[in-house]
Design a protein around this ligand. Structure first.
Ligand code: NAD
Ligand code: UGA
Length: 448
């Protein structure tokens, strides 16, 4: 099947950047990203300095592709009908109610996509799972498609995304691997070939791995679980370092020099954040329990528990420094994003640490170079202060780092480069630096 039109459902952190790069690298294909959120689509079509996703290098890609073959639209029906290949890049959060609440992935958005695809398709389609999904979801999608549209043929592929926020464009340009899972039938393999042809425009063939659908779906969950497990392993050891006088950064360096272990993903932190690690591990735990593998489920669950422990442990150190009471104290929270170089704050350690400090009586002055004031207040309102009228003078969100004045402590929670410690005796305050989890610093101030 010749691919002339691609439609991607979901214009978020994955759909937006991924499709922008496909459009850039495949000028012969029209790529349209659709979303039910018209505000988001307007932003994708609006000024380049106000795209809904902040990613280094994204503006340059969108600038070229948007003039040519990259489109953003709310017209889901028309674009499904037109496309030969449809990506589903919608969110798959943890379920909040019903069976599996708090653990399983909520598949309602993916199922809604499948129903839309069935409804608006008038010709054969290759349907691609780009979202991270539990193993065997393709079966469910197939069921919906086949039962709701018997007049066209659907081929389902799994093509999970491995980009990390903050380095998304670089990751998409030079992927470690592109994973494509398809059925081992003639039509399944043809669909796989069509997708391989797209990626091979810029990814070396030996980096394009084709597997069966279930391996591909599960490899995505397993990769995230393995990455997060390394962070929880090193974070658990940071607690032991504090008791024994060992230094966690020295430990990381020493461990990482063993080529069998490697130096990546063993940087101790306040705990991992982001929309995916926790939800994907909980999803894995749920799947293991579903298949009766309780020991395996427990093993992975501990990765999330240690992550919660680390965030609470860090907050407790601050509380202990002020003898257990933060009433009347104002604390500067530096960084709201879950990591540097993104405007995404989902599941950030900042949110949890701020909540604990606030509930112990602290007032907060929050600054992040990329997360908007609106998002910060939304996070607070949604996560720990539904009734937020009392927040007004206890929480400020500041425009500039230099606006932070008269605080009792600085707490650095995102690794933004601009949070530099300077030796400035006049303004010196205690600093709790999430980038150097073992050390509090008493002699430094924050500066550019
Ligand atoms: P997101 O919330 O940023 O974007 C999802 C978008 O889908 C939203 O804009 C939403 O409005 C839209 N949407 C939902 N249902 C829709 C429907 N039925 N029709 C039209 N639009 C709909 O999510 P994201 O961070 O891009 O993640 C998407 C998926 O990719 C998730 O499964 C996630 O686990 C996975 N993933 C994310 C990352 C990442 O770095 N964020 C990396 C790899 C994989
Ligand atoms: C992660 C994976 O790295 C991607 O491969 C995957 O595609 C993505 O999840 C996903 O499925 O959503 P992301 O969450 O964007 O990407 O960012 P990471 O760089 O993995 O960082 C996640 C969190 O771990 C951040 O809070 C970061 O500060 C923390 N981290 C990372 C550490 O605490 N220590 C480390 O050594 C590395």
């Amino acid at each position: 099947m010749e691919i002339k039109n691609i439609c991607c459902i979901g214009a978020g952190y994955v759909g937006g950047p991924t499709m922008s790069v496909i459009a850039l690298k495949c000028p012969h294909i029209n790529v349209t990203v659709v979303d039910s959120d018209s505000k988001k689509i307007n932003k994708w079509n609006g000024p380049l300095n106000d795209l809904p996703v902040y990613e280094p290098g994204l503006i340059e890609v969108v600038k070229v592709a948007r003039k040519r073959n990259l489109f953003f639209s709310t017209d889901i029906a028309k674009n499904i009908e037109k496309a030969e290949m449809i990506f589903m890049a919608v969110n798959t959060p943890t379920k909040t109610e019903g069976e599996g609440a708090g653990m399983a992935a909520d598949l309602r958005y993916v199922e809604a996509c499948a129903r839309d695809i069935a409804k608006y398709s008038k010709s054969d389609k290759i349907v691609i799972e780009k979202s991270t999904l539990p193993v065997r979801t393709a079966e469910k999608i197939k069921e919906i498609l086949i039962s709701e549209n018997k007049s066209v043929k659907f081929e389902i592929l799994s093509n999970p995304e491995f980009l990390a926020e903050g380095t998304a464009i670089q990751d998409l340009f030079k992927s470690d691997r592109v994973l494509i899972g398809g059925d081992n039938t003639k039509s399944g393999q043809k669909a796989v070939e069509a997708l391989v042809n797209i990626y091979s425009k810029w990814i070396q063939e030996e980096k394009i791995l084709t597997t069966n659908v279930w391996s591909s779906e599960l490899a995505k969950l397993a990769s995230n679980a393995m990455l997060a497990q390394r962070i929880s392993s090193i974070n658990s050891l940071s607690a032991l370092c504090e008791k024994t006088g060992a230094n966690i950064d020295e430990l990381s360096t020493a461990i990482g020099m063993d080529h069998r272990i490697g130096k990546y993903f063993i940087k101790a932190s306040v705990g991992f954040g982001g929309s995916c690690f926790q939800k994907d591990i909980l999803n894995l735990v749920y799947l293991c329990k579903f298949y009766g593998l309780n020991e395996v489920a427990e093993y992975w669950h501990q990765v999330v528990r240690i992550n919660n422990y680390q965030k609470e442990r860090f907050a407790q150190k601050i509380i202990n420094y002020f003898n257990g009471d933060l009433t009347g104290r104002r604390i500067a929270i530096l960084g709201w994003a879950f990591k540097a170089n993104t405007n995404d704050s989902r599941e950030s350690a900042s949110i949890k640490v701020s909540e604990i400090l606030f509930k112990k009586g602290a007032s907060l002055s929050i600054y992040d170079p990329k997360v908007s004031k609106e998002t910060i207040f939304d996070d607070i309102e949604n996560l720990w202060a539904a009734d937020n009228h009392f927040l007004d003078n206890k929480i400020d969100v500041l425009k500039e780092l230099s606006d932070i004045k008269q605080v009792d402590a600085f707490v650095i929670l995102t690794e933004w480069k601009e949070f530099k410690l300077i030796d400035n005796n006049e303004e010196s305050k205690v600093i709790f630096d999430g980038r150097n989890i073992n050390q509090n610093k008493n002699k430094f101030s924050i500066g550019k």
